[in-house]
Design a protein. Structure first.
Length: 256
């Protein structure tokens, strides 16, 4: 049986622990995930924190805009209590904390939701991270961000994030495959991350990209049968909220 794709824990083991917390990341690695994906934003006082939304309401119950709030105030929020009682007391991680907890040989995917100032700080932190820098992958939908980090951090692989949409009028998915390929090659991205719905509709994307030397990650896939179908297509990574479930499913299939 061919090697399975990377199992990438989407915001950690986010179905079972509060997303983008140290608890979720540690649980994902305990469950056998090959990598975790973390979202990175910048605070009003120049710190990089790990949180998905630009507002903290969904994860904390308190509405604060991350970019306009200090680290101290954001760290005062409980970002675990909304998800589960077991997650109570979880604090919004600083990027430094996530870098420090990374196990050997595991990968860290950083989804960058930052501007030029944030990129400068990111570069500082990753250059101080030692050999871990070789296991960090930087992802963004913004071409300018990818080009900036590529120039400063050639050790880090780049991932172009694409959230496609169906246009009923034109009867096509946008952006089209050729456009995604053009952008990926222009910025030096080694992977394109594509939503599961559009990839299921246009599975030929995997082979088209592979022919041009670009790998495919698919998000977000939580059911084992779907994961196996995408694996059969040749994707190199599967992002999931249930890393333990998919790791176990692939392991069982390998023994069958």
């Amino acid at each position: 049986m061919s090697k399975r794709p990377l199992i990438i824990a989407h915001r950690g083991a986010s179905a079972e622990a509060p997303e983008n917390t140290l608890m979720a990341f540690l649980l994902a690695f305990m469950q056998g995930a090959d990598a975790v994906e973390a979202d990175v934003r910048m605070t009003s006082d120049g710190h990089l924190v790990v949180v998905h939304d630009e507002d903290t309401k969904r994860v904390s119950g308190v509405s604060l805009k991350v970019s306009k709030t200090s680290l101290e105030k954001l760290r005062g929020l409980d970002v675990g209590r909304v998800k589960t009682k077991k997650g109570q007391g979880q604090r919004m991680p600083r990027l430094e904390e996530v870098l420090a907890m990374m196990p050997e040989e595991k990968l860290l995917l950083l989804h960058l939701k930052i501007g030029p100032e944030g990129v400068v700080r990111l570069i500082e932190l990753l250059k101080a991270a030692g050999e871990l820098i070789n296991r960090v992958r930087l992802m963004s939908a913004e071409v300018e961000v990818l080009m900036a980090v590529k120039q400063a951090l050639p050790e880090c692989g780049l991932i172009l994030h694409c959230e496609r949409r169906w246009t009923q009028k034109s009867d096509v998915w946008l952006p089209e495959i050729e456009m995604m390929m053009t952008v990926a090659l222009a910025v030096g991205a080694e992977v394109v991350a594509i939503d599961s719905r559009s990839l299921a509709a246009e599975p030929e994307m995997v082979d088209v990209m592979m022919e041009r030397g670009v790998k495919t990650h698919v998000w977000t896939v939580n059911r084992a049968p779907s994961a196996r179908r995408f694996s059969d297509l040749g994707v190199s990574g599967i992002k999931t909220d249930y890393p333990g479930h998919l790791v176990s499913s692939f392991a069982k299939a390998a023994l069958a």
